[in-house]
Design a protein around this ligand. Structure first.
Ligand SMILES: Nc1ncnc2c1ncn2[C@@H]1O[C@H](COP(=O)(O)OP(=O)(O)OP(=O)(O)O)[C@@H](O)[C@H]1O
Length: 304
């Protein structure tokens, strides 16, 4: 379990994380979602004790990272996949991590196989693609077989097979009772993996809910209506309280269900050729909810 309470971090005049509080529970994949610059990496660094908070606290299993007796056995993380000594082989990189943390050598072989790097384990990591580095980073996170795992944008740079593999791995870890906290700036990506979402924008909490509920809440749907007499249909629907916009040959109706639209049309003897609910795409929905924060960042960057 990860607990974050009143967490705040400022860098000069930038408030990267602002009074953030949430819990990440075991047994499900929890997505950490926010547009670029929202403060995801900063929050993860604070949880992992890589930076000191300006205010508030973050704990793992009730303790701050610095006070964990065997950190690699408690929490595994992958923040920056490229942060590996380029002259070392993948095997030696993992071996030095293992030896420094009292982890047996055979565990290195196990995780190398688990992440599919067996054939390149003796190659220097400097020549690794981003995808291979991501796999190596994930291997490092798994090394101590920890209860809590944090991954910062783990599918970045992976091919479709790699993406599929990461998603299955996250779900599998959660199914085995681990606490899995994974960041992304794409709601579509999170919707494939995460059961719960912590959504942030501008360093502040926007939502802490199930993925299903978040998508439902974010969806700004309308009903597309088409028929031979659009003018009359519009009049009838508006008279009954709907908002109707014309779009080419169709009407876009908000504030009224498909059933009510059909019933009203039938009552007034109006034929309809199409009554189709439309949902905003996931990314549109997400951007609507986080637009304020995106605009804020676009503005503040422009001002510099
Ligand atoms: N070391 C630092 N010094 C100064 N500003 C920083 C530092 N680290 C982060 N920031 C600023 O804090 C804000 C949050 O950055 P952070 O990297 O945590 O966001 P993010 O959500 O992880 O974004 P991305 O997906 O782009 O990595 C940004 O405005 C960033 O410029």
């Amino acid at each position: 379990m990860i607990e974050v309470s009143g967490l705040t971090k400022t860098y000069g005049s930038t408030r990267a994380v602002n009074d953030l509080s949430f819990e990440v529970r075991p047994g499900v994949v929890t997505g950490f979602l926010g547009p670029n610059g929202a403060g995801k990496t900063t929050t993860m660094r604070l949880i992992l004790g890589l930076d000191r908070p300006t205010a508030g606290a973050a704990t793992i299993g009730g303790k701050p990272y610095r006070r964990l007796g065997a950190p690699l056995h408690t929490v595994g993380s992958m923040l920056d996949a490229k942060a590996v000594h380029p002259g070392r082989t993948a095997y030696n990189h993992l071996l030095s991590l293992a030896l420094g943390n009292g982890i047996p050598r055979r565990r290195v072989d196990e995780v190398i196989e688990q992440v599919g790097l067996g054939s390149v384990a003796r190659r220097r990591t400097g020549g690794f693609s981003l995808g291979m580095s991501q796999r190596l980073g994930i291997a490092g996170a798994l090394l101590g077989d920890p209860q809590v795992l944090l991954f910062d944008e783990p599918v970045n740079g992976l091919d479709p097979e790699g993406i599929h593999w990461v998603r299955s791995l996250m779900r599998d870890l959660a199914a085995r009772g681990r606490t899995v906290f994974v960041s992304s700036h794409l709601l579509s990506e999170m919707s494939q993996t995460a059961e719960r979402l912590i959504v942030i924008g501008r360093g502040e909490l926007i939502a802490d809910t199930t993925t299903e509920e978040f998508i439902e809440r974010a969806s700004t749907g309308y009903v597309r209506v088409r028929g031979p007499e659009p003018g009359r249909v519009k009049e009838v629907l508006e008279a009954a309280g709907a908002t109707v916009a014309e779009s080419g040959h169709a009407l876009h109706v908000t504030g009224m269900t498909v059933e009510r639209i059909s019933d009203l049309a039938a009552e007034h003897g109006l034929r309809l050729h199409e009554v189709a609910p439309q949902h905003a795409s996931l990314e549109e929905a997400f951007l609507t909810l986080t637009r304020q924060s995106v605009e804020y960042h676009a503005r503040s960057e422009g001002e510099r």
